[in-house]
Design a protein around this ligand. Sequence first.
Ligand code: ATP
Length: 248
Amino acid sequence: MTTPAPPAPPTRLTARGIIRRYGGIEAVGGVDLVAPPGRITALIGPNGAGKSTLFDCLAGTVRPDAGRVLLGGRDVTRLAAHRRVRLGLARTFQQIAVFPTLSVADNVRVGAEQQPGRPDPRVVTEQTARALGLFGLQDIAAEPAGAQPTGVLRLVELARALAGRPRVLLLDEPAAGLDATQTARLVTVLRGLAERGMALLLVEHDAELVAELADSVYAMANGKVVASGPTTTVLANPRITQAWGGST
Ligand code: ATP
């Protein structure tokens, strides 16, 4: 018999005073942000605003020059990305990153194996199956990932991120390349995850999707947060939405 993993405790992701420079450019110039459990938080802003750089600082692929990243009560600023994954911080990428020669199921299994300690293989198999099922990927589980269209690959990447049962999920343009049916499924799944206590933070260019999904919004420009608050309040500010230029 497999023992189900205990429910993960709710965890907040906090950024304090994050600064990251590239040469003379301050890509992120002192950003404070909180992604609370049970909520969907969106990060918006025009191209070059610093969203991806901030995301990379949160995920651990880029080291900030100053500031702190906290996962729950723990300071993870100096931890490598893979160690943050094991502590419950998962991410998806703007440029889809799957292993093309592995099957869809094996790609998802890689995510299920990213857990603290040595995960029980039966639990890994169970969580892989559950994550595949979330996005209706069971029927193509045995097929090579490289043969799948972009929209499906995005769902495979998401399933992989979720298979490790993260407590915080960072999503970089999760709806890019999805058709209307896949987007609707994505919305349902992300809402369900938030309802079960996960903290979600997404970078998204689709204004309608942000309005539909996000509980709160941080708007960035030139490396700074220029507005933050409930989604309806931030998106009601024409200066923010015009500068953002989010697609509708
Ligand atoms: P987009 O919406 O186009 O993805 P963004 O809001 O994510 O934009 P970033 O990609 O974080 O913005 O870029 C912020 C600034 O930092 C830009 O001026 C960019 O040119 C610069 N920058 C980002 N990464 C690097 C890097 N690796 N080397 C040099 N400059 C960089």
